[in-house]
Design a protein around this ligand. Sequence first.
Ligand SMILES: [Zn+2]
Length: 181
Amino acid sequence: MSHIHGKDTKPELWVRKYLYAHGFRYRLHVKRLPGRPDIVIRRLKTVILVNGCFWHGHTEPPLPSPVEDERGGVHCKYFVMPRTRVEFWTKKIERNKARDLEDREALKLLGWNVIVIWECQLNQTEIREQTLRSLVLTLSQIELDNAKSRRPAVKRYQLEEMGETSYSLVADDSDTLEETQ
Ligand SMILES: [Zn+2]
């Protein structure tokens, strides 16, 4: 079970280091914003959320290296439900996911771009470099959009599989509260 929880986790530090090396300046765990986002780039009105796969319930698109559980469900290999107190953990993770969704929605309403990066997209060395490169590309794109328009569209980005071994951050606007109701 992966216990990536809280501040200054290893995946978060990788992201921070990479951003800094590429000239991006940020603030951390900003209390005034919904969900205290991990990394906040105010100049680009963008937050980056580095999610631990267990705590934030990485049960969606099997990316990367998915595993199949005994019930045939496919999920991230870092999301492993503990064998004991299953009900407690299931409820807890579901609550976390619901709160994450609310936070993302609130950020969007406040005009912030939201980039979500999962622990598994950084932990696996063969993917980390692509994830980070894609992140910097996306930030540059946001910078361009901001320069072009006074009111640029607010977007949410997720890493997606573009080919068997290729991953890229793509804008995803399907993630709204209505959809889960
Ligand atoms: Zn994951």
